[in-house]
Every structure is written in C-alpha cells, then in structure tokens.
Design a protein around this ligand. Structure first.
Ligand SMILES: [Ca+2]
Length: 496
C-alpha cells in the first residue's frame, strides 16, 4: 500500500504524456497479475485495480486544478538586426529599454537560428516545427495573389492546433502579420487560432493598413477598419486585451498568444496612398525619445524610432502580464523572423547585424542567427546568456512539452525540445542545422559551417567559434572538414 501511495505521488508530478505511459504500465501489470491467478483472485485483483484507477484519476484531476499549465507567448519582430538592440550591441544608437528588461529577466540567446532567412518561410517553419523542404512553402508569397492564396499546405499541423489537443486545451490568439496564406481554409481562425487581428501580407502601411493598394487589416476573417492606428500598437493592444481577458477567466484555461509584429520591416511605395511619403513610420512619442521631429528626414533616425515604438509596445505587453498576475506562469519567447536586410538599398537596408555577415534572404549568419530572448521566471535564470545553438522549429516541441500535448507521429519534425537548454544549461540536441533559400545554402555542425551563395560555387568553410563574422574561408586548408559537413548535408537531403 505504501508503495502504491509513493507511486501515486510520483504520478502526480509527471508530465501528462508520462502519466499516460505509467497509467498504461500500471493497468497492464495488474492484468498480468490477474491472469496468473485463479478466477476468484482475478475478481479480487480487478476490484483493487478499479479502486486504484479511481484514486488515480481523482488525483490527476485535483493535480491539474492545483498546478495550472504555463501560458505561452511567442513574440516575433520582423527583419530586426542582430546588432540593433543595445543588449546585443552596446554601440547601438537605438533605445530599447523594455527589451533590455526582458533580457535581464530571462536569457539572452546568442546562437538562436531562424530556420529560413525570409518572412513567409520563417513563419511557416515556426508554426509547423518543420523546415521548408518538408512543409513545402519554401518561397516568399508573391503579391496579393500569393498572400491571399492557399500558401501553407492545409495538411500541415500548426502549434495552436497541437495546443488544442493538450490534456487541458489552450485558448489561442494571433495578433499581427500572418503571411502564410489567407485563402478560405488558410486563415488563422481556420488554422487553430480562436482569435486573430492582423494582416495577410508581409508588409502593410503602418497607419493605413494598405498592401499593394488593398486594405489588409482583418479581425477573424472579416476586414477591420482602424485607419490611423499604428499597427505595432494595434497588435500589442489586441494581445493585451486577450491576455487580460483570458487571465481573468474562471475556467483556469491556459492560453497561447502568438504576437508577430510587422516591425521594423521596411517602407514600400506600393503600400502608400497617393502623395504619401515613402519613409519609416513611428508614433510621435517614439521620435520624441530621440529629440527629433516626426518630420525628421534622416532614415537612420526614423528607423531607430520604429524600433523604440516596437520596444514600447512590448513593454506594455510585459506590464500587462505583470498586472494580470501571470508573468511567473508564462513562457515567453521573443525573436526576429530573420536578420536585417543588407541588399544595399538606400533608406531601407538600415538594420545592423554586427558582428554578423550580410543579412536577410541569405544563408550567412546575418540572415539566420537572430536576436532572441526567453523568459520563464523561476525556470530560466534571470540575466543569463545562452550560446548553445538551437532554432525556431524547436518552439513547436517546446509548446508540446509545456502543454503536455502529443506531437503527431505521422511526420518528421525538425525541432527538438529546447527546454533543457533554457532551464538546465543542457547541451543542444542538434547534430547539425540545414539551411537553404533560393540559391543560398548552408550547414552548421558544431562550431563549423559551410555556406555558398550559388550551387555552382564551391563551399566556403568557417569556424564560428573563432570567426563569427565569417571572414576567413578555411575550405582550402581543411577539405576533409568540408567533406564531413557536405556528408551531413547530404544526409539531410535524403530525409526529405
Ligand atoms: Ca521578415
């Protein structure tokens, strides 16, 4: 009896998936014992098993009431440079005190990779936990036709859909940039999110919400007209309202909030009204933070204000978590969907990826290695810096682990559980990371990386531990190392 009590006590501390396995073992063991005895003993044993199961299920029910599952908040920035934030680059002219605060309260990640260096593909990899060669959306959705088309294959299963299958189903909301297809059946509220306020496209005007001449702001599947509201604030406000409402709920239902901001990205003429200047947009208070006018003409200064506006909005979300009393029970992950663009476009390619090479749409570190932070008070050490490499598909696995949901067994996932890295200082479980976008390709294994900009070019080899800026190509000195990484890359390709 004492052994049974001990087992039940341990059972209450287990993750739900483990509980299921234990439950199965427990019952199977009891049935086995019954078969080894006569019928009289069989019925006696069955009664004991039944009683034990009743206690067991009661215990689980009570346990679930007692320990509320963590809420999950994933915030993404858009094209933010690795060296833009002061907590990554002390020389940055940008003011971002709230992201500094987030870094001081959690872990700053120095080797976190997005699985793809461009918006659409990056978001699809995050939500599916799979790289583009598996989910198929390996290109940027083109124009209105592309953004309002099917986009991501409907057979793909997204994080919110998995969280809906958790032992305690999660409330789910998405507020911001979708960018993976907005045809009927593809929209967020048809893909696992109960609520959505945001845009289909990759880049709309911040105030008029126009993309390519089309109004592009939606609530659920209907258009939402909020002309004049700055999109960064609009998305933050929607997330805050969701967090407040769900945290007040008496149902004790945990929630998942996906907050993909469309900032900083870049201004585009096709999104402007006739006569409207093509320039970085921010609220007056963000310009005031630098002592400059909203009519400032220096694009670098305007860009700083855009990120400060993003930082201020994130700060309000952090405050809302505190005010709702749920900050301690919320797993928060922040990262940029890809690095800042460095394509030489004047007034646009302003973001700083220092000390990394190049930027968005390339497979150099500046495109793939992104600013990222994780906060989970009491679990992730405040003020820590984590240099173990992991990547965005890992977040789906993290969501499953946190919620107790099962990951579907009918497909290959490229994510591995990142929680031991974040909470225990464990080593990365990844042997290598595979990247390909357009003609660019790369593979990282340990501290080594091969990269090329075109299939017709030879691989270049870099030691990232000694040469973070990918300046010294060691391929001719170490052909055997190149061959080793090429073999790892070939193994990836065989798995598709
Ligand atoms: Ca992007």
């Amino acid at each position: 009896m004492a052994k049974c009590c001990t087992r039940l006590k341990k059972y209450d501390l287990l993750q739900s998936s483990d509980r299921d396995e234990l439950e199965s073992d427990f019952i199977q063991a009891a049935i086995g014992r019954a078969r080894r005895n006569n019928m009289r003993l069989f019925w006696k044993t069955e009664c004991i098993v039944g009683l034990a199961c009743l206690v067991l299920f009661h215990n689980v029910a009570v346990g679930r009431e007692r320990v509320k599952l963590p809420n999950i908040l994933i915030i993404t920035a858009d094209n933010l440079g690795y060296g833009d934030l002061p907590c990554y680059n002390p020389d940055s002219p940008i003011k971002a005190p709230n992201l500094d605060r987030l870094a001081s309260q959690g872990a700053k990640l120095t080797s976190f990779y997005t699985a793809a260096p461009t918006c659409t593909v990056s978001r699809a990899c995050l939500l599916t936990g799979r790289i583009a060669q598996r989910h198929g959306l390996d290109y940027q959705l083109p124009g209105i036709k592309g953004n309002y088309g099917v986009g991501l294959n409907h057979k793909e299963i997204l994080i919110p859909q998995i969280l809906k299958t958790a032992p305690t189903s999660y409330a789910t909301g998405c507020f911001g940039k979708w960018n993976i297809g907005f045809a009927e059946g593809s929209r967020p509220t048809e893909r696992g999110f109960e609520e959505f306020i945001g845009h289909a496209s990759g880049n709309m005007d911040y105030y008029h919400h126009i993309y390519g001449g089309k109004h592009d702001l939606h609530k659920g599947t209907e258009e939402l007209h909020a002309d004049g509201e700055y999109s960064t604030d609009l998305f933050a406000d929607a997330a805050i309202e969701f967090i407040q409402r769900k945290s007040k709920s008496t149902t004790e239902q945990p929630w998942f909030c996906y907050l993909p901001f469309n900032a900083p990205h870049f201004p585009a003429a096709k999104n402007k009204r006739p006569g409207q200047p093509v320039r970085w947009q921010a609220p007056d208070c963000a310009f005031a933070a630098y002592g400059i006018s909203p009519d400032e003409t220096d694009s670098h200064k305007r860009y700083c204000a855009v990120i400060t506006a993003l930082d201020e909005a994130i700060g309000r979300v952090l405050d809302a978590l505190d005010a709702a009393g749920v900050a301690d029970n919320t797993f928060l992950f922040f990262y940029s969907d890809n690095g800042g663009f460095k394509l030489g476009r004047e007034y646009i390619d302003i973001g700083c990826n220092e000390p990394l090479r190049h930027g968005g749409v390339t497979c150099w570190e500046g495109g793939l290695r992104v600013a990222a932070m994780a906060r989970w008070p009491g679990k992730i050490k405040a003020g820590s810096i984590i240099s173990e490499p992991f990547w965005s598909p890992d977040l789906l696995i993290a969501c499953a682990e946190l919620s107790g949901a099962r990951v579907p067994g009918d497909r290959v996932y490229d994510g591995k559980n990142p929680l031991p890295i974040l909470t225990e200082g464990a080593k990365s479980q990844h042997e290598s990371f595979f990247f390909i976008f357009r003609n660019h390709a790369a593979l990282r294994k340990g501290d080594w990386k091969i990269v090329r900009e075109n299939p017709n070019q030879p691989w270049q080899l870099f030691n990232l531990a000694e040469d973070l800026g990918e300046k010294q190509n060691l391929a001719s000195d170490q052909p055997e190392r190149v061959a080793e990484l090429e073999a790892a890359r070939a193994a990836w390709e065989k798995s598709f």
